[in-house]
Write a protein that binds this ligand. Structure first.
Ligand code: CA
Length: 767
């Protein structure tokens, strides 16, 4: 009996383990999110460069525990030991840094400076959910909990027995204001700290209301306590006391902010209404579950589920809502361009250089409703500032290259999004495409580009080859949108011809893109492994593939499919050699390529992220299947070191999420996604139009990673692409997966994805 029971137990355990390997159905996807994914990062090695965002999707402000010092972009690092405060943040990345930030920190004892108030903490006492954060501050014996709404939050602070219970408010340096209103248990103030991109009169106003009267109150300036209730200066704050509390005393605080005024911050505080802490947390949990549930995954390992939903979480923040609702319910925003309060939507905190690639295409597929507001916000950017942003943080920031707002605008409209002023946006694209604007808007080097067909290497314009390649793709985006809007034939032909400008930089000797001088000669000497210089945060081997609109044209330039595939293969075969002389040190993106063990493949940065999908343009889709599954497995984990480089406002996560679906938007602005290999046994898209699209792969597994067969809505599907418009109509694609490549599927030229030079409607092809 004992013996047989023991055998039975062993069997049971084995069978449980086998079952435990796969999660059948996810009902509460928020439980799979780890907001700490990517937070173990440093300036010289990024594992994501993220911080835990305690916020609602696209909320106007986020909350994060703060371990770094004031002004440090690395505001929360996983390896830190002390928390200095709980910070309201709008930071898109440590490189862009924050604006309008302030913090709240409960303490036991009257210590308020950022070093003296810092407390030891442990991840063992931390609960980190998108809608809820809790931590035990060990030095003070205080537990702090936070739960957010879109523009407000609730704090719940549990004190020990003490006669020195305080809460510190830090309005930060570079100009701040604080006022304590004891009669109302209230503190108001503003922070003007910013890292560019906002006008000089910019402020983030805040209001904090406690549920207990203050037994003492101070303001402070730098490191000195003051007795006044109101203070304005370079760096001010407040400390309010709740003395002589018994152990377990709970202090509640409601916090809200506004970019418009203190009155509007009070208005935004009404988001909390009469809800208590649990009710706000429950509502936040429900909103996250509902938003994440637009994609429901089944039949993946628990690790895959966690990675998938942690990535999806990371895609639902930027650009954030910069707009507010006034007392009459009107949508208004503080304009970072003219400093006025204007009507309508506005968003901020994204760089299109990163996010045009996959983040915006994903919004267009799964969350077109929020992108409709974002597009309306772009109309306001243009009306108020005269240009579309390329990097808004908010306002305009001269950071990266390209004029990729063209892709962001074109893809939304071409994927069927409507309900905003597309005519104005199209005019904005034409304006940006033919002028160099301030702060990286429009096109640097536009006169050269329009005259010569490229931005020369030797005219003092940095990263010129990258600019040329991106402008050519942007011109394709304008062409596609112009065609949909019925623009004149000569205008369409102009942008169609500019879309082919990538050819001007192709060096047949190296079969690579190379900087070109004003006189038509190539840059010399030429080192294909040199980062930066003619390119942006990458080398020629990364940027050569940046011809999203015409891969067939690139194949032709390289001498045909065999040579093209051989060049793709070479990326993984070559050692991770690099020349960092342009930067003078190995920038973190270089280091991330070097340590990934994938040769020259630099997934930690954006320029090459679509490359794995290009094999399907040359009839060898099984190589795409192998490499995307390999990259998903190796380069992403729902752990603090779980990204292989900067996450970058949803883009690197969007690569994973799209890839897990089984396809990727190599060329936004076309009606094609390029097929890869799905990750789960089943995945259902619950689309905003009420339709469902199912991606099933019942025999999917770690080893069954190749597509043996695909059936789309009942028909055998041998194409290496799938149409977003088909997906949006609802239906199903069924994959039969196998452990060995099917080298007969997807091999015919008729199976290859879209290329502009073989597009019969391309006006350049019409004789
Ligand atoms: Ca990057």
């Amino acid at each position: 009996m004992l013996k047989s029971l023991s055998a039975f137990s062993t069997l049971l355990i084995i069978s449980c383990l086998a079952n435990a390997q796969f999660v059948d159905k996810v009902t509460d996807p928020v439980d799979y999110v780890n907001p700490l994914m990517g937070s173990q990062s440093l300036g010289d090695l990024s594992n994501g460069n993220t911080y835990p965002s305690i916020a609602l999707p696209w909320g106007m402000n986020f909350w994060t525990p703060q371990t770094g010092k004031m002004g440090d972009g690395w505001q929360y690092t996983y390896t830190a030991q002390k928390i200095r405060g709980f910070k309201q943040t709008h930071q898109p990345s440590p490189w862009m840094n924050d604006y309008g930030e302030f913090s709240i920190m409960p303490v036991n004892g009257l210590h308020f400076t950022e070093d003296s108030r810092a407390s030891w903490f442990s991840h063992k006492t931390e609960i980190v959910k998108p809608y809820y954060y809790s931590v035990y501050l060990a030095d003070d014996d205080i537990t702090t909990e936070i739960t957010p709404t879109e523009r407000a939050a609730r704090f719940r602070i549990t004190f020990p027995r003490t006669d020195s219970a305080y809460v510190v408010i830090d309005a930060y340096n570079k100009g701040s204001y604080i006022k304590v209103i004891p009669g109302e248990n209230k503190i108001v103030g503003y922070s003007t700290r910013n890292s560019e991109g906002v006008p000089s009169n910019f402020k983030n106003y805040f209001v904090i209301v406690f549920d207990k009267p203050f037994t003492s109150s101070h303001t402070w300036k730098d490191k000195e306590l003051e007795d006044s209730v109101e203070l304005k200066g370079e760096h001010v704050g407040a400390v309010v006391g709740f003395s002589s509390v018994v152990r377990g005393t709970v202090l509640n605080a409601r916090v809200a902010s506004s970019f418009i005024s203190i009155e509007q911050a009070e208005q935004n505080l009404k988001e909390i209404g009469n809800d208590n802490f649990e009710q706000i947390a429950d509502k936040g949990r429900a909103i996250w579950n509902k938003t994440l549930s637009r994609v429901s995954a089944e039949g993946g390992t628990i690790d895959q589920m966690r990675t998938f939903y942690s990535c999806l979480y990371r895609m639902l923040f930027f650009p954030l809502k910069l707009y507010e609702k006034d007392a009459t319910g009107r949508i208004v925003h503080y304009s970072p361009f003219n400093g006025k309060v204007e009507d309508g939507y506005l968003f901020a905190g994204t760089g299109f250089w990163d996010t045009f690639r996959a983040l915006y295409p994903f919004l267009n597929l799964v969350y077109p409703d929020i992108n409709r507001e974002m597009q309306a916000g772009l109309v306001n950017d243009y009306k108020e500032g005269g240009w579309l942003p390329e990097w808004s943080s908010p306002g305009y920031r001269d950071v990266m290259v390209g004029n990729n707002s063209a892709s962001v605008v074109a893809d939304a409209y071409l994927k069927g999004n409507r309900g905003y002023d597309i005519q104005t946006l199209y005019q904005a694209l034409l304006h940006g495409a033919n002028n160099a604007g301030p702060e990286g808007t429009g096109r640097v080097g536009v006169d050269y580009y329009n005259k010569l067909g490229y931005v020369p290497y030797n005219v003092g314009i940095n990263e010129n080859a990258a600019r040329t390649l991106e402008y050519a793709f942007d011109d394709f985006s304008i062409y596609q949108l112009g065609k949909a809007l019925g623009r004149p034939a000569d205008e369409l032909k102009l942008y169609a011809s500019r879309a082919m400008n990538y050819k001007n930089l192709f060096d047949p000797e190296h079969k690579l893109m190379r900087g070109k001088n004003q006189d038509g000669s190539f840059e010399s000497p030429f080192n294909p492994f040199k980062w930066g210089d003619a390119f942006t945060e990458g080398n020629s081997w990364h940027y050569t593939w940046g011809v999203f609109q015409d891969i067939q044209g690139l194949i032709d330039l390289m001498g045909g499919r065999k040579q093209f595939v051989s060049m793709l293969d070479s990326v993984f075969v070559m050692p991770p050699t690099f020349d960092d002389s342009y930067y003078g040190f190995p920038i973190h993106e270089i280091r991330e390529m070097q340590i990934a063990g994938m040769g020259q493949y630099a997934h930690g940065n954006q320029p090459i992220q679509h490359m794995l999908y290009l094999y399907g343009y040359a009839g060898e889709p099984w190589k795409t299947q192998y490499w995307v599954r390999e990259s998903m497995r190796k380069l992403y984990q729902a752990t603090p070191d779980g990204y292989c480089g900067d996450e970058d406002n949803g883009q690197t996560s969007a690569w994973y999420v799209f890839s897990a679906l089984g396809f990727y938007p190599v060329c936004p602005g076309t009606d094609q996604y390029v097929l890869g290999a799905p990750l789960f046994k089943k995945l259902t898209l619950h689309l905003d139009n009420g339709k469902q699209f199912v991606i099933s792969a019942p025999n999917n597994s770690r080893t069954n990673l190749y597509v043996e067969k695909a059936v789309l809505n009942g028909q055998v599907w041998d194409k290496n692409w799938i149409a977003p418009s088909t997906i949006r109509q609802g239906g199903e694609i069924q994959f039969t997966m196998g452990a060995t490549p099917n080298k007969a599927r997807g091999t015919e030229p008729s199976d290859y994805p879209y290329s502009f030079s073989t597009d019969k409607s391309n006006p350049l092809n019409v004789k």
